[in-house]
Design a protein around this ligand. Structure first.
Ligand code: NAD
Ligand code: UGA
Length: 467
């Protein structure tokens, strides 16, 4: 019989752990959910009296407001929450390794291992341990080995894989109405019973036909594969955008025509300045590393090309800006609108804007940045990380962060749209034009604005995927 889950602990109060477990708390009022993190500032923000939660995500505050203090708790007491829980989500970060074996492609599993060891050391009763983090195939086996080698007598651990498919900016909708929930377990009676216990949690709001139960390794690999295939669609359409620019075809029309085939479908075919975000590149590189470790070099090269195409797209875009501005942007002011990796998030991890701005900096341009959500301190931290040799003072001589799009455009030669924030559609473009140097250019890296309308005002407009 499936054990009954009454207390859940989630280790990691980040972009995934926070929203995911807050939604579980809202949908399962009979379950006590405690989300813990070592980062005391993050936990303090989740607990802030005015709900100034640490992540910008539409709808998230309402969810936290409904459940916090009722059956949803945020805490730094990791051990206490582990001890009382029947089921523990491990939702810690798994970044790409920066040094050692596999540096630059393998996942750094240090945080997963530390969390696993903590569970083993603290647990006095049996637990279901759920991998929520995205991990390489067969990580569950390492977790089980660590847990079994360190457990107390009469404690048994069942390991499940339950990867998360939410996208930032739409996380709450994605969690309320997921396309599917994937649960992987060992195909033993105990493994299946643990899986049933987690199915029962999700079944409080997800139709059971959308809860897929599979083997552990399939579940782990499916997560990497899903991200790789989504990113591959973007790199494919971006590769075609280069052909459009050279031939006079229009990438929006091409995407529309391709996506009309019901076998392909219309989603994720929007050409852009390149995909960003914390996961696509990391997870593909993880798949590349896995393929190389399995002596499958052709498979590794196939997936690596998706990342290389993305790098090419970003480089191609900044070169087009320089070429169009008469082959030099030295001393010219460029307004970059958007710094987040996509709209409706304040997250900047791997944002294409960072690469573009770095390219403009190396061409000795002056850059004005405006983003409606990203904290200024985050922008400075990202620019500093991108140019570790430069001092922050020298970066600040070239870069200014502005309070509005119009302010960013003042005295600029060109506007670069790097993130598809809807508010950029409502900019008073006539006013922007009035205060820019002439000729005034717009480079739309997101197929966002109405190019004909801007041309009528007087702008010279360059759009991804159009000649
Ligand atoms: P994040 O960096 O926002 O959050 C991870 C949190 O874990 C941090 O707050 C960190 O302090 C905490 N942490 C690390 N080690 C800990 C420990 N031993 N004990 C307690 N807390 C600890 O990361 P994220 O974006 O939430 O991603 C988490 C995982 O989910 C990653 O594997 C990622 O690939 C995957 N994922 C992310 C997304 C996304 O949209 N961000 C979507 C699906 C899957
Ligand atoms: C992505 C996946 O969509 C999620 O399913 C997955 O859970 C998540 O990664 C993860 O594992 O972290 P996310 O990165 O939050 O979610 O956002 P996406 O909407 O996938 O966008 C990723 C990047 O691709 C953004 O920079 C976006 O602007 C870009 N993109 C997306 C395009 O350039 N064109 C498109 O058609 C779609």
């Amino acid at each position: 019989m499936a054990p009954k889950v009454t207390k859940i602990c989630c280790i990691g109060a980040g972009y995934v752990g926070g929203p995911t477990c807050a939604v579980i708390a809202v949908k399962c009022p009979h379950i006590k959910v405690t989300i813990v993190d070592l980062n005391a500032d993050r936990i303090a923000a989740w607990n802030s009296p005015d709900f100034a939660v640490p992540i910008y995500e539409p709808g998230l505050v309402d969810v936290v407001r409904k459940a916090r203090g009722r059956n949803l708790f945020f805490s730094t007491d990791v051990d206490g929450a582990i001890e009382e829980a029947d089921l523990i989500f491990v939702s810690v970060n798994t970044p790409t390794k920066k040094s050692g074996v596999g540096a630059g492609s393998a996942a750094d599993l240090n945080y997963v291992e530390l969390a696993t060891r903590r569970i083993a050391n603290v647990a006095n009763s049996s637990k279901i341990v759920v991998e929520k983090s995205t991990v390489p195939c067969r990580t569950a086996e390492s977790m089980r080995t660590i847990l079994e080698a360190n457990s107390k007598p009469n404690c048994r651990f069942d390991i499940l894989s339950n990867p998360e498919f939410l996208a930032e900016g739409t996380a709450i909708n994605d969690l309320f109405s997921p396309d599917r929930v994937l649960i992987g377990s060992l195909q033993t009676p105990e493994g299946k019973a643990a899986s049933d216990a987690l199915v029962e949690v999700y079944a409080n709001w997800v139709p059971t036909k959308q809860i897929l139960t599979v083997g552990l390794w399939s579940s782990e690999l499916s997560k990497l594969a899903a991200n790789a295939m989504l990113a591959q669609r973007i790199s494919s359409i971006n590769a075609l955008s280069a052909i459009c620019e050279a031939t006079g075809a229009n990438i929006d029309e091409v995407s529309h025509a391709i996506g009309y085939d019901s076998r392909v479908g219309p989603k994720f075919l929007k050409a852009s300045v390149g995909f960003g975000g914390s996961c696509f590149q990391k997870d593909i590189l993880n798949l590349v590393y896995l393929s190389e470790s399995l002596h499958l070099p052709e498979v590794a090269a196939y997936w690596r090309q998706v990342v290389e195409m993305n790098e090419y797209q970003k480089r191609r875009f900044s070169k087009r800006v320089v070429d169009t501005l008469f082959n030099t942007i030295t001393g010219k002011k460029i307004a970059v609108l958007g710094f987040a990796f996509k709209a409706d998030t304040g997250d900047t991890r791997e944002s294409a804007a960072i690469t573009l701005i770095k390219d403009f900096q190396s061409e000795r341009a002056l850059v004005n940045i405006y983003d409606p959500q990203v904290a200024h301190s985050q922008i400075w931290a990202d620019l500093q990380e991108a140019s570790p040799q430069a001092s922050l003072d020298s970066i600040k001589k070239q870069v200014t962060i502005c309070g509005s799009a119009l302010e960013a455009c003042k005295d600029a030669e060109a506007v670069v749209i790097a993130t598809e924030w809807k508010e950029f559609l409502d900019i008073d473009w006539e006013e922007a034009y009035k205060h820019m140097n002439k000729p005034a250019f717009v480079f739309d890296g997101r197929l966002l604005v109405d190019a004909d309308k801007l041309r009528k005002i007087g702008f010279k407009v360059t759009t991804i995927g159009r000649a």
